[in-house]
Design a protein. Structure first.
Length: 127
């Protein structure tokens, strides 16, 4: 299903107007920054960070193998299972608060820049 979605996205992007393309690129940095601010606020509220690690395990399962004569044989085998696990991580809350203040300051700058860039997109690409 994901593959289908990624295959269709370029086709949908080709259907957008130059104005829509311009406007969609304007706020990319601001959206990333907003996500970082949200994550930092959550860390401060919780009192600790959440780190994503991969849990890698070998599990016993059944594998089907085709023999040279064409017969199918089942046997036990091991497969690797990987899953993401979120684990708590200690952080210095004062550093996180300073980081949040810096991110919020940058957010204000990007908002002003994004507003000007949107106006440029609209002026350069009237509908």
């Amino acid at each position: 299903m994901r593959f289908l979605l990624f295959a269709v996205l370029p086709l949908l992007a080709a259907c957008t107007t130059p104005r829509e393309q311009c406007l969609s690129t304007v706020g990319v940095d601001l959206r990333v920054l907003n996500n970082l601010i949200s994550e930092t606020r959550s860390t401060i509220d919780r009192g600790f960070a959440l780190e994503t690690r991969q849990d890698i395990r070998e599990v016993d399962t059944f594998c089907t193998t085709e023999l040279p004569d064409g017969r199918m044989v089942q046997s036990t085998c091991q497969k690797v299972k990987i899953r993401d696990v979120r684990v708590p991580k200690a952080v210095d809350l004062n550093v996180e608060k300073a980081k949040l203040a810096s991110l919020e300051e940058r957010q204000q700058q990007l908002r002003a820049n994004a507003a000007a860039a949107r106006q440029q997109c609209i002026a350069a690409n009237p509908e």
